[in-house]
Design a protein around this ligand. Sequence first.
Ligand code: HEC
Ligand code: HEC
Length: 351
Amino acid sequence: MTSGAVRAIPQLGRAALAAAALGLVAAWVWAPDPAPLDGDAAGTLATPAPAMPARLQQEPLQPLPAPPVLDAGKVALGEALFADRRLSDDDSLACAGCHDLAHGGADRTAVSRGVRGAAGQMNAPSVFNVSLHLAWFWDGRAATLEQQVAGPVHNPVEMASNWAQVLGKLRQDGALVARFASHYPQGLTADTVADALATFERSLITPDARFDRYLRGAADALSADEIEGYERFKRNGCASCHNGAAVGGNMFQRFGVVGSFFDGRVARTADLGRLNVTGREEDRHVFKVPSLRNVALTAPYFHDGSATTLEQAVRLMGRHQIGRELTDDDVRLIVAFLHTLTGRWKGHELK
Ligand code: HEC
Ligand code: HEC
């Protein structure tokens, strides 16, 4: 969906918005899992996805696909780089320092701190399932995962480095140079570092959440409260924006469709959202709809980390995205449903 849809929403009344959401739910057509992104090597990571029962094919949310077929050697190289502090100016901070894979792929602080304690303005999103998004960063300024990787390396409030400095350090590491040479004919370059990291990111799919087992037909995978929470998530129109396999990540929408979320706050450049990318006034406060996969693990919430709990985030979504004060029961049940979106990686449930 483009920002044309964003513009249309404020003109809709509450009832019309809910009807539009339900229309979307009813019109949803199940699409098969996308083709593998990289089929050039003997894959060790892919497993076939079980079929979905017909009655659930109309659901706005879909089970996560299995990870695509990827070159396992490049994935391992990317995984090593992800944990490598030499990608930062003073060798103090790796990607994993802000995207802790043992903690939902995020950093559990409101806004991330970069090298030498530099304060950023943004909350670190999870890197899990990130390959399913339509663009990267809260404002979608990176069009490919390879482009995205260059962002934190150069960002002065993150790793504050540059490719020349990073490559200078990595090229002194004979073992790493040899590993690159065995996987890439061109050896260790900015492009191959970005490719390895992006390949690793594509492997970060977290299938087999309890909710996915429910969608695939295991009726007892969710409790009655969790199922009711999913129903209220749909009935309240949440699924009009948070849908698909990643439960988000596939469109841009204004934060504050009904009333302004930003009134009474200190104006910050980061809050302008996609306006910073497109320069268009209609993109003010428009952000990528975040994926809600593993969301129970990634507090605090929103691009500025201003919602400390999932309950608070859900209540504010009701108020500002659908124009409704959710009841305590709505919030409790929707939060219970959101907890069922926690998936598995490397054979373990994420925590
Ligand atoms: C200082 C903490 C920090 C470090 C280090 C860091 N990131 Fe991030 N990352 C963030 C923040 C904050 C954002 C959101 C920034 C924004 O949207 O403007 C982000 C965004 C991302 C995204 C986009 C997620 C989305 O939903 O669009 C990916 C992918 C990512 N980082 C991967 C990496 C990789 C790979 C590295 C190492 C090369 C890295 N990050 C290093 C904090 C960090
Ligand atoms: C009109 C589109 C839209 C609707 C409807 C909507 N959301 Fe959102 N949601 C967003 C956007 C955009 C953000 C990102 C806001 C920001 O931080 O900039 C978001 C953020 C969130 C977050 C925080 C995620 C994170 O990682 O920080 C949660 C949780 C959430 N929404 C749940 C819900 C629930 C529950 C509903 C229904 C009551 C709902 N949303 C309805 C667009 C929507």
